[in-house]
Write a protein that binds this ligand. Structure first.
Ligand SMILES: [Zn+2]
Length: 430
């Protein structure tokens, strides 16, 4: 199929649908996907039958709560019990173009026609015809390399399949081909740039690198700053998960959260109950592919924690945005119904200059969860300064984590060791 010529900011009309149109579109696709998977994938039929519901019972997105969440461990178990696809493949074996292997392994049957829309994550990052893009993700034993390669091509850009490692050859390739784009992890791009400098290149003069697309690793704000300010490389992040088939959310030029792809139905749920949560509430990202006709995955639990916002984005895209990946479900502790995640607490506490370390202790008095916050200070503060710090920090904690600490205690720096856990749950459940 020829690459469709696109112009303008948006990859397709889905990105700018009205909230009402999106609701209708997603529900329709969801109902089709569940019905398709039920008919074709024995594992999905078993799951729905066990829950006592038929595809006709999925009348709203809320109805998805009636279905269990399938996690990576469930997929592995099912594929072992019923090799090779665990009863999740919805296409006859002869129709499978390729098989993606995710680490562990998990086998996923693919027809490429099903994943062309994936290119929108690169389009939003500005990849266009004329760009020469080195793809440093691995091309074997992982879907990443080939999936991103084809998405780069679907934007009309030239893809250079360099794969991982071989830093010196990467430097040479990027120089010789005058590459304008980089796809990989932030740490690998930093390694390549540093190596180029060691080899005597002046990155700004000898290279033409102008944009980079990252996934698979957190882009630290300091690294982003270095790349954008020192090297003038525009950076974009995406959130990708291999099992449901690719990138689920991506940054636009505003770089303020990641727009959700309309090709997936994404729920943020309480990982303990599977119930859906509202905007701003932290929970597990659960995914149901809406356009994948070869893989009957319904409610795949990623184990990643995030929250979403429905606020308008100045870029013009109307999709809700993930506010960032906050950690894994194992890193979170539920306090008075809200999840407290280490990374969020860190973001609040360490933003105050006198704070060196912190530790949260969760206890239970009667029927109430109590959250104590210990702050280790870098230097001595007066009683008044401490009170002011406690008040401001408590308010920020409420704004970001949606809970206020019940008490704040100041301790000397050595009272909290570097390796101590940041959140300690002392509640006992009888
Ligand atoms: Zn945007």
């Amino acid at each position: 199929m020829a690459v469709k010529k696109r112009t303008g900011e948006f990859f397709d009309d889905l990105e700018v649908m009205s909230a009402e149109a999106r609701k209708k579109y997603q529900l329709e696709k969801l109902q089709q996907s569940v019905a398709h998977a039920y008919r074709r994938a024995p594992a999905v039929k078993e799951m729905l039958d066990r829950a006592g519901i038929s595809p006709a019972n999925i009348r709203t997105v809320k109805d998805l709560e009636k279905l269990p969440i399938t996690r990576k461990t469930d997929l592995i178990e099912r594929q072992k019990a019923r090799p090779p696809y665990g009863g999740f493949s919805t296409i006859p074996p002869a129709k499978i173009d390729r098989v993606f292997i995710s680490p562990v392994p998990i086998y996923e049957p693919i027809q490429h026609e099903g994943i062309r829309w994936f290119a929108k994550v690169f389009w939003a990052a500005g990849f266009r015809p004329g760009d020469v893009v080195v793809n440093t993700f691995t091309y074997h034993l992982s879907p990443a390399g080939i999936l991103f390669h084809e998405a780069i091509r679907d934007c009309g850009a030239t893809a250079v399949p360099t794969g991982t490692g071989n830093t010196d050859i990467q430097v040479q390739t990027m120089h010789d081909l005058q590459a304008t784009g980089f796809v990989g992890t932030p740490s690998f791009l930093m390694t390549v740039l540093k190596r180029a400098e060691e080899l005597g290149y002046n990155v700004m003069k000898d290279f033409r690198l102008k944009r980079a697309w990252f996934t698979g690793e957190m882009l630290a704000p300091s690294v982003r700053q270095t790349l954008e300010n020192d090297y003038k490389i525009d950076t974009y992040q995406a959130y990708a998960v291999t099992e449901p088939g690719g990138a689920l959310a991506y940054e636009c030029r505003e770089k303020s959260g990641m727009h959700l792809m309309d090709e997936y139905l994404i729920e943020i749920v309480d990982p303990e109950t599977g119930k859906q949560l509202g905007p701003g509430e932290v929970g597990e990202i659960v995914v149901t592919p809406l356009h994948n006709k070869n893989w009957g995955l319904i409610r795949f639990g990623t184990g990643d924690l995030s929250s979403y916002t429905t606020g308008p984005c100045p870029c013009g895209r109307t999709t809700p945005r993930l506010t960032g990946i906050l950690g894994r479900t194992g890193d979170a502790v539920k306090v008075r119904g809200m999840f407290i995640v280490t990374r969020q607490a860190e973001q609040v506490c360490l933003d105050f200059e006198p704070v060196a370390r912190f530790q949260i202790t969760v206890t239970r008095t009667g029927q109430r969860d109590e959250m104590g916050l210990k702050l280790a200070l870098k230097r001595k503060l007066s009683a008044r300064e401490k009170q002011k710090l406690a008040e401001e920090l408590s308010q920020k904690f409420q704004n970001i984590c949606r809970l206020k600490p019940d008490r704040i205690d100041f301790v000397p720096q050595e009272a909290i060791a570097e390796e101590q856990p940041k959140i300690v749950d002392q509640r006992t459940w009888k």
